[in-house]
Write a protein that binds this ligand. Structure first.
Ligand SMILES: Nc1ncnc2c1ncn2[C@@H]1O[C@H](COP(=O)(O)OP(=O)(O)OP(=O)(O)O)[C@@H](O)[C@H]1O
Ligand SMILES: [Mg+2]
Length: 280
């Protein structure tokens, strides 16, 4: 595992991402959406996560930050059902859950969005949007797909997000950029009533415009009451969207920062300093 520089994803346009920093009140007197209790995880003899407790509320964006190898993706995979924790427990909407598989997590409304996954390149945008959840009508013994309706609904949902370059839901998905795919996937998750959205470095390698779209769709998800757990190395992206920032270091949560508590530079310094201390 490389412990490369923290800002490996940075590009010259990083500084100015004009995403509106909308106020968001998270009601933490409610039941948390998701909870990790005393979670540890080992890959064979390599222990990656140590006794982590983490809560995500509905309508809250939690950013996981930390140096390379800190355990961010591992935690996200536990949330998504890709990894079974070695010890500890998970609670979803007040009940203890054990996923075993990503499909079971998805069935509960936990949607992990990746740049390339869960999308069939050759199919049109609307077919991808409704993949596995097609609207069909029964005519006698036949199931007939309601193509026009699905196309229209996909177009309406995407238009609401303001992805202006997507002109037609008829276009194949291979013609979309990575950022557009993710925005579509996020819209899809909202449309189908997901409750928790998981994103692992969704803005890596995206242009400014695409980054803005992806961050705006994270805001949309939050405004629809979804909880969002989000990993990003770029603090310029994290700060405008996160309600809470959770700093991981060598598999442990070392600090939780509320919105507005620190600025970009302070946050960058904090992570760099911790990484330095850890190495020395
Ligand atoms: N499949 C795996 N098998 C063995 N060890 C793994 C595996 N995946 C991750 N690890 C180890 O677990 C630790 C945490 O890795 P993880 O990928 O969660 O870090 P991360 O915070 O997402 O890092 P990055 O910012 O580089 O993506 C690292 O020490 C890594 O080497
Ligand atoms: Mg990772």
């Amino acid at each position: 595992m490389s412990h490369g520089p923290q800002n490996r994803n940075s590009h010259p346009t990083d500084a100015a991402i004009p995403v509106a920093e909308k106020r968001n009140e998270v009601d933490r007197s409610r039941e948390p959406l998701f909870e990790l209790r005393a979670i540890s995880h080992s890959y064979g003899r390599n222990k990656a996560i140590f006794d982590v407790n983490l809560l995500v509320w509905p309508g809250e964006v939690v950013a996981l930050v930390g140096d390379n190898g800190a355990g961010k993706s591992t935690l996200l995979k536990i949330f998504a059902g890709y990894l079974e924790p070695t010890s500890g427990s998970l609670r979803f909407m007040g009940e203890e859950v054990r996923f075993g598989t990503p499909a079971r997590a998805r069935a509960l409304g936990i949607e992990a969005v990746y740049q390339d996954l869960a999308i069939v390149d050759q199919l049109s945008l609307w077919r991808n949007f409704f993949l596995g959840k097609e609207i069909a009508r029964k005519i006698g013994p036949l199931q007939v797909l309601e193509r026009r309706r699905m196309r229209r609904e996909a177009e309406t949902a995407i238009a609401k997000l303001g992805l202006t370059r997507i002109r037609s839901a008829e276009q194949p998905v291979w013609a979309l950029s990575g950022g557009e795919r993710q925005s579509v996937a996020i819209t899809r998750a909202i449309y189908f009533g997901a409750k928790l959205l998981l994103l692992d470095e969704p803005t890596a390698a995206l242009s400014v415009r695409e980054t803005r779209n992806v961050l705006a769709s994270i805001h949309q998800a939050r405004d629809h009451g979804l909880g969002v757990l989000y990993i990003d190395h770029n603090m310029n992206h994290v700060l405008p969207v996160a309600d809470r920032i959770v700093l991981l270091e060598h598999g442990r949560i070392v600090r939780t920062i509320d919105r507005g508590e620190v600025g970009v530079e302070e946050l960058q310094e904090l992570i760099a300093r911790r990484a330095q201390n850890a190495e020395s």
